[in-house]
Design a protein around this ligand. Structure first.
Ligand code: NIG
Ligand code: FE
Length: 417
């Protein structure tokens, strides 16, 4: 594989520095290099600096490399999406229309639509169909500069289909350029056949599903939808602790629709991240900061459900490490655009353009335990790089609703552009 030398970048955002969740001022630390240059070889970043620094180091090997002239362009690490439900069957555009006509998200779900509708379509899809549908979405992620994606099961809600979703993700992690990090989410909803017998479903989840998932090493994380009408904080805690005993790291969909003690629970169980948090209490946010739980905020979901976004600005000011994500799913956020999510993080949660980039790179990588490999451009990390058709990071957040991706490299191989 030929080395790649990207040179003359108007701005090179490295996000280099502390390789852990960034808080407060750390969220603005872009490690910016003007007239920047990256040398990548064997899938890794080998050297990074100004173009003249790299000329001095690598000028004599220039003839060996593919040389990319990034004059006038912004170059950043590949974006990381730390929260998606990407491996699902079918689509739910009729529900979009129903919500515009006045139905709420929970009304649709309680009437057998929502997560239940996608569960039926995912159960009905063959593994090959799911691979094909998910591949299209991963291709779209890549086209939007996203090179690492977390993906949840949770549209099976029975052992067979949960395993099918996780196996699809495992196959795609091997086949597709994107790194796909798997989360088990049997706790996404109580399946309709267990209506009124919630605790029986939880027993199946804990005694049958979790052990099998752990035994086959199909997931790194265990997530639960802690929400009024879905799983109570007590039920969620049982599910998360059972996963922990099997080595699965807790994540939690918390306080999305109603304030329900989800942020508090995330701190109590030591979750790596808590998701959504639209209605998180001030005390819950304080506890998250204290416990080092990353807030994974999903402003596209809030917009799509026409809800007020999470209080991202206040969370950063309270010392919480904030990550952002698409929440890509067929109901509340059918998008693969992390650039749009960065724009919305600025517009609806008042993150600065620099904070939005750190939230979509280093902090997102930390939310899925991938910070040793991705999330910043530093020697020894994966060569996951995006060259954008804008000249600076503020412009990337300012010109919204447009895909500015020029080229993308994954592990040093050009996959877009
Ligand atoms: O993160 N909130 C729960 N789960 C997903 C939505 C799933 C769906 O509607 O299919 C979310 O928003
Ligand atoms: Fe979600």
């Amino acid at each position: 594989m030929k080395p790649v030398w990207i040179k003359n970048a108007a701005q090179l955002v490295t996000v280099a520095g502390e390789n852990g969740p960034r808080v407060r001022e750390g969220m603005s630390d872009l490690g910016l290099i003007e007239d920047g240059s990256v040398w990548m070889e064997n899938g890794e970043v080998v050297a990074i600096g100004t173009t003249s620094e790299l000329e001095a180091l690598y000028g004599s090997r220039a003839h060996e490399a593919d040389i990319i002239d990034a004059t006038g362009r912004l170059v950043t690490p590949g974006l990381v999406d730390p929260h998606t439900h990407v491996a699902y069957g079918g689509s739910r555009e009729r529900e979009f229309e129903m919500r515009l006509e006045g139905a709420t998200y929970m009304e649709i779900m309680n009437a057998g639509g929502g997560i239940h509708a996608t569960t039926r379509m995912t159960r009905d899809a063959s593994e090959e169909e799911l691979v094909a549908q998910t591949t299209r979405r991963l291709d779209s992620f890549l086209a939007h500069g996203v090179t690492t994606v977390e993906g949840k099961s949770g549209y099976g809600l029975d052992l067979e289909t949960e395993l099918k979703q996780l196996r699809v993700m495992k196959r795609l992690n091997d086949q597709h350029p994107i790194d796909l990090v798997p989360t088990f989410m049997g706790g996404h909803a109580v399946p309709q056949e267990y209506k009124g017998r919630e605790d029986e479903y939880i027993n199946v989840l804990i005694n049958e599903m979790l052990p099998k998932v752990a035994e086959e090493k199909l997931a790194v994380f265990n997530d639960v939808f802690c929400e009024v009408g879905v799983f109570t904080p007590e039920q969620s805690e049982r599910i998360l602790n059972a996963g922990k005993e099997l080595g699965l790291i807790p994540k939690i969909h918390a306080d999305e629709i109603e304030s329900y003690g989800g942020a508090e629970l995330a701190a109590k169980v030591g979750a790596i991240s808590a998701e959504h948090l639209l209605k998180a209490s001030t005390e819950g946010v304080r506890l998250m900061a204290e416990a080092g739980v990353i807030a994974c905020l999903l402003p596209a979901t809030a917009l799509y459900l026409r809800e007020e976004a999470a209080k991202g600005r206040a969370m950063i000011d309270a010392g919480v490490a904030v990550a952002i994500s698409t929440d890509c799913n067929p109901g509340s956020s059918p998008t693969t655009s992390m650039p749009l999510v960065m724009n919305l993080a600025c517009i609806s949660m008042r993150l600065t353009p620099a904070e939005a980039l750190v939230a979509a790179t280093m902090n997102a990588a930390c939310a899925i335990g991938m910070q040793d490999k991705v999330g910043s451009l530093e020697a020894g990390k994966q060569a996951d790089v995006v060259m954008w058709n804008v000249s600076n990071y503020q412009e990337l957040q300012y010109l919204f609703g447009v895909n500015h991706v020029g080229s993308v490299w994954k592990k040093g191989v050009q996959v877009v552009g």
